[in-house]
Design a protein around this ligand. Structure first.
Ligand SMILES: *Cc1c(COP(=O)(O)O)cnc(C)c1O
Length: 396
């Protein structure tokens, strides 16, 4: 049994579990009992693989970045999740979960979203399947993320504002959970990352594992080996990273690097670097590393990247950090923005700002000369153009 897979009780080492209110128990229990069997069934796999191919556009290329490689003196491949339909890896998960929902006999979908990317990916698959979609989103986030709100509405989803607390992601999640408790019969809750109560972290990791499944095959064809020296991904909740690492977790000779958002700097009070700043706590019904005050109040995180602006990290990643299996590298806003511009100018690819955090590990010297590296290009930067423009004063 792998040290890095979830155990029978839903834990990765000391992290994970399902710390849920009593009223949520039937929903979670139904999912826990059914998910593995459904995911491995032939009918699920057939439909999932077909949609990944014809709708999402998989397999995504593994691209040898020659100018970037030359610049850093390494052999660098990019896994092009930015070329997925909707522009990022998140749709791998929502396609899988909506099929799971149908197998469970559910007819109504709910989701939470912060930056809106997961809301868009969920609204997309609901339109595809003709299922009603309700996305809970903090009132503050609705105002900040207007283009994604417009996308969700265009796709036919209902966006319900969360008006309590700080009116951001945490509050949207609370509203979604309340909805689920009130509608246990017909509703499936699609969580957007490897977070939340067991079995969600494992479910989402399995649905994103297609990323490393393809990397193995593609690297073998290109380089004659399945194993790079080092794998790099950015970590918000941790789903694109979990997918990138999944089939390599037990291959300890493959180094794993996780780039996390340090905001203005780890020690500035304006950061989202969970491994550096987090302590054991419970968020979204899961025991994990969490940024909190001395008396256990969740600290408001900060990052220029909306998708990494999360005060915790999935329990798998807390375990990878604690066990030393993964090296966590905090990346500041400025380092990420520079890396994003560098990738645009060297390779003609504008990455999402989340993704740019992963590329910053190059300039920070974490990729040894001559090594074979794979960096997961989790999403495209179209949604971030205004932020790039403002940051680099490109409109002047
Ligand atoms: C949402 C998002 C992330 C962060 O989420 P994870 O669950 O950590 O992958 C990273 N990159 C992109 C492009 C995203 O949209």
């Amino acid at each position: 049994m792998s040290k890095y897979q979830v155990d029978a009780n839903g834990f990765y080492g000391e992290f994970g579990g399902a710390f849920i209110p009593e009223m949520l128990y039937p929903n979670i229990e139904e999912l826990r009992q059914e998910y593995r069997q459904i995911l491995s069934s032939e009918s699920f796999q057939q439909e999932y693989q077909q949609l990944l191919r014809d709708y999402v556009g998989r397999p995504t290329p593994l691209y040898f970045a020659s100018r970037l490689s030359e610049h850093y003196g390494a052999r660098i491949y990019l896994k092009r999740e930015d070329l997925c339909h909707t522009g990022a890896h998140k749709v791998n998960n929502t396609v899988g979960q909506i099929l799971l929902a149908r197998h469970l006999g559910k007819s109504r979908i709910i989701a939470e979203t912060g930056a809106g990317q997961h809301g868009v990916a969920t609204a997309t698959v609901c339109a595809l399947m003709g299922m009603p979609c309700i996305v809970y989103m903090g009132e503050v986030d609705i105002a900040r993320q207007a283009p994604n709100v417009a996308r969700m509405k265009m796709l036919g989803a209902e966006v319900r504002p969360a008006r309590s607390g700080s009116r951001t992601l945490k509050d949207a999640t609370n509203e979604a959970i309340r909805d689920w408790i009130n509608n246990p019969e017909d509703t499936h809750y699609i969580i957007g990352s490897v977070v939340g109560p067991h079995p969600y972290p494992d479910l989402v990791a399995r649905l994103q594992a297609i990323i490393s499944e393809e990397i193995k095959e593609q690297l073998l064809a290109a380089e004659g080996t399945e194993d790079p020296d080092v794998l790099v991904a950015c970590v918000g909740g941790g789903s694109n990273a979990a997918g990138t690492y999944y089939h390599y977790l037990d291959r300890e000779h493959v180094e794993i690097i996780a780039a996390e958002a340090a905001g203005l700097g780890v020690d500035t009070g304006e950061s989202a670097a969970t491994s550096a700043l987090g302590k054991m706590g419970i968020i979204h019904a899961s025991k994990t590393l969490l940024m909190q005050t001395d008396d256990g109040q969740i600290t408001e995180p900060y990052s220029i990247s909306a998708g990494l602006d999360y005060p915790g990290v999935g329990p798998l990643h807390a375990h990878l950090f604690k066990s030393g299996r993964a090296k966590f590298v905090p990346v500041t806003d400025a380092e990420a923005m520079e890396a994003g511009q560098e990738l645009a100018r060297l390779e003609g690819i504008i990455p999402a700002i989340e993704t740019a955090h992963g590329f910053a590990v190059l300039k920070k010297g974490h990729i040894a000369k001559d090594s074979l590296a794979v960096i997961n290009l989790s999403g495209r930067g179209d949604k971030d153009l205004q932020t790039y423009m403002d940051y680099f004063k490109l409109s002047e």
